[in-house]
Design a protein around this ligand. Structure first.
Ligand code: GLU
Length: 279
């Protein structure tokens, strides 16, 4: 059993850069290592919700469109192909541990009203109550560009807030937020961020690789989610045992922790993400 006796509800967000190789094929090595760790956390009694990017990136490596496509058609085409591959891989990998997974493809409209939000929340909680790991992504074939999530960092932040999760773990291709560019001389990893602390001077607005988000949005989302009482961790997804360590032995792994502000419970808990009370 786990050393940390407190059982947590943990939303894990994995970015396209962690899940896709340079040749745009799924990075099965990273996926498999992360599934092994989620299976361990699941066995320890933690409840896991996975938000996985990578559909568009996985689809891109499969076909060459017959003619030049605009960005919307491109996203729809690639995600339609890539999402199946992604979920099939997860199904095989979690299946080897006997853990059932369920696919939830969602859109921003599903957070737009209290009714839609509660419906989605009860779907995820029913899955968890039945030992199923929900695997979420944006429904990229149907989302309207102007109404999309900024990226899956935003989706995972909304999900963690809506579920009242204990922790949101955002896995990226760097160890966390640095005081400058991660590889610049003298740049240091920021280990702890207190609620409300301003990091604008530090955060790189550039983004790398395949995903839509960058460190700027990660940081913005992390601050908002932490302000709602959910602890947020940003860490590097391909570090061995990163996920188990951030939950069970946080001192063993480099990461940035956004401390959770005290939670505002009950009907008064109108979050800045969701403009209506959820209770
Ligand atoms: N939903 C997109 C995909 O699966 C990822 C969006 C993002 O990069 O955050 O490809």
């Amino acid at each position: 059993m786990s050393e940390n006796s407190e059982k947590q509800l943990i939303v894990v967000k994995v970015g396209s850069n962690v899940l896709t190789r340079a040749d745009q094929k799924p990075n099965v090595t990273n996926m498999s290592a992360l599934v092994d760790q989620m299976a361990r956390l699941h066995a320890y009694g933690h409840r896991i919700v996975l938000v996985s990017s990578g559909a568009v990136a996985c689809g891109r490596g499969v076909i060459q469109p017959a003619r030049q496509l605009d960005s919307v058609a491109e996203r729809q085409l690639y995600s339609s192909i890539g999402q199946i591959r992604l979920i099939n891989l997860y199904n095989q990998l979690f299946g080897s541990y006997g853990i059932p997974i369920g696919q939830v493809l969602t859109q921003k409209d599903n957070f737009a009203s209290r009714t839609a939000c509660l419906n989605q929340k009860s779907c995820i909680l029913t899955m968890l109550d039945n030992g199923v790991i929900p695997v979420l992504n944006e429904n990229d074939t149907a989302s309207l560009t102007e109404l999309m999530f900024t990226d899956n960092d935003e989706l995972s932040g909304l999900m963690a807030t809506m579920l009242g999760a204990d922790k949101l773990v955002i896995l990226s291709n760097v160890d966390g937020i640095y005081t400058g560019a991660p590889d610049a001389p003298g740049s240091e990893l920021i280990r702890r961020v207190t609620p409300g602390e301003d990091l604008r001077d530090f955060v790189q607005q550039t983004k790398s690789g395949y995903g839509r988000g960058g460190m700027g949005t990660k940081c913005h989302i992390a601050r908002m989610v932490a302000a709602e009482g959910v602890e947020v961790v940003i860490a590097r997804g391909n570090r061995p045992d990163v996920l188990v360590d951030v939950v069970e032995h946080p001192d063993r792994v480099p990461h940035t922790l956004f401390e959770a502000a005290p939670r505002c419970e009950g009907a008064a808990a109108v979050t800045s993400f969701l403009d209506y009370p959820l209770e």
